[in-house]
Design a protein around this ligand. Structure first.
Ligand SMILES: *Cc1c(COP(=O)(O)O)cnc(C)c1O
Length: 361
């Protein structure tokens, strides 16, 4: 495959050389070596710091979607009541997933260029009395960042678990798993953490472990076996040691830079991206600028262009970015400035290329 000098796909992001180095190490068997479990514990602690939680953190082979399926299947008894908070492809997708598993699903829905209205969400939780509430922090296809503001506490009061997909925001945006009362927090390795799509990360609260124990789901994506992994040092399958070492390197680099500095880097790069697009006359997709995520910017495909023509023109200039999905397909394109791609010089180059090609039309 051809490489691109200006990579701005909103995940998987480009993997820095220092992280790639971990994949060249000839580790032994994760099942047999104590060193592996020491590394697992070390990485779990670093993820707890990053996500501000005392909850257990499960690290499975897979990527973001594995964490979504694993959480739903593990924590929901047959015919549970699920309330999906939806303002985009992943929010409505969560509802579809829960329905396909045979649950009773209600949606508190919003437009794809909005973020959920917390008051309306809390009212629905109180009225519907769900077993589990799903929400999406960053709706990557819409370029929006939701405010969770007390949804988790309302869910807890109603006796529901709160399951949040922060796959494309976790690590790049201030977020406290414990502060927001998140019972199941879902993260993938290929976004802010800047690894290949190798690992699924799930934070699991005590309440969630209780539900998981009651449900007793068994399967490759099941969370249950991971409760005992750190203490018993037994894995349900051979783990990806190289990826776990790569994750350690990534988390070490984030900690060395400092969480606040990492958040500020994402915030300022996103602001620079929005300002540059506006200067080129490109319209942002989210209805209000306050809805925009610091990790990805979504904009309308400019008039006179199709997404495939724009994509082709930008690739000729060495820039690869993302289209969008669902109702936004063909209408919205996205610059993913998360993790290794949250760099001002990268966004500047992208804006220069975009300006050049838009002027040419
Ligand atoms: C990327 C992403 C996922 C996971 O999708 P993958 O298939 O692992 O790439 C889930 N939710 C959101 C919001 C995402 O951005």
């Amino acid at each position: 495959m051809k490489g691109y000098p200006i990579p701005l796909v909103p995940g998987p992001v480009s993997v820095p050389e220092a992280i790639r180095a971990a994949y060249g190490i000839d580790f032994g068997s994760s099942d047999m070596e104590g060193d592996f479990f020491d590394l697992y514990g070390d990485v779990e602690g670093k993820l707890q710091d990053l996500l501000d939680t005392k909850n257990d953190v499960v690290i499975q082979s897979g990527e973001g979607m594995l964490a979504l399926w694993g959480a739903l299947k593990s924590a929901l008894a047959p015919r549970s009541r699920v309330l999906a908070v939806a303002a985009g492809v992943f929010g409505y997708g969560f509802a579809e997933m829960a329905r396909s598993l045979g649950h009773d699903v209600a949606i508190v829905g919003f437009e794809y260029d909005e973020i959920p209205d917390v008051e309306r969400v809390v009212e629905r939780i109180e009225a519907y009395r769900p077993d589990l509430v799903t929400a999406v922090h960053c709706e990557t296809p819409s370029g929006t960042l939701a405010r969770l503001d007390g949804i988790g506490h309302a869910a807890r009061e109603a006796g529901a678990l709160f399951c949040v997909d922060f796959v494309s925001s976790g690590g790049g945006v201030p977020l406290s798993v414990d502060g927001e009362a998140i019972d199941l927090g879902l993260l993938g390795s290929q976004k802010v953490l800047s690894l290949p799509p190798d690992l699924a990360v799930t934070t699991v609260s005590d309440r969630a472990w209780e539900a998981i124990g009651r449900v007793g789901y068994v399967g490759y994506d099941a969370l249950a076996p991971w409760k005992e992994v750190p203490a018993c040092r037994l894995l349900p399958y051979t783990h990806n040691w190289q990826a776990l070492e790569a994750l350690r390197l990534s988390l070490e680099a984030l900690a060395a830079e400092g969480k606040e500095a990492v958040f500020e880097r994402h915030r300022s790069v996103a602001a620079r991206c929005r300002e540059g697009l506006r200067a080129l006359g490109v319209e942002l997709h989210p209805r209000e600028e306050a809805f925009c995520s610091p990790t990805v910017t979504a904009a309308r495909v400019p008039q006179g262009w199709s997404w495939s023509d724009l994509d082709g023109a930008l690739r000729e200039e060495g820039l690869v970015c993302g289209g969008s999905y669902g109702p936004l397909e063909g209408k919205v394109f996205r610059l993913g400035h998360m993790g290794s791609q949250a760099r001002p010089e990268l966004v500047d180059k992208a804006l220069e290329v975009l300006g050049k090609r838009l002027r040419r039309l």
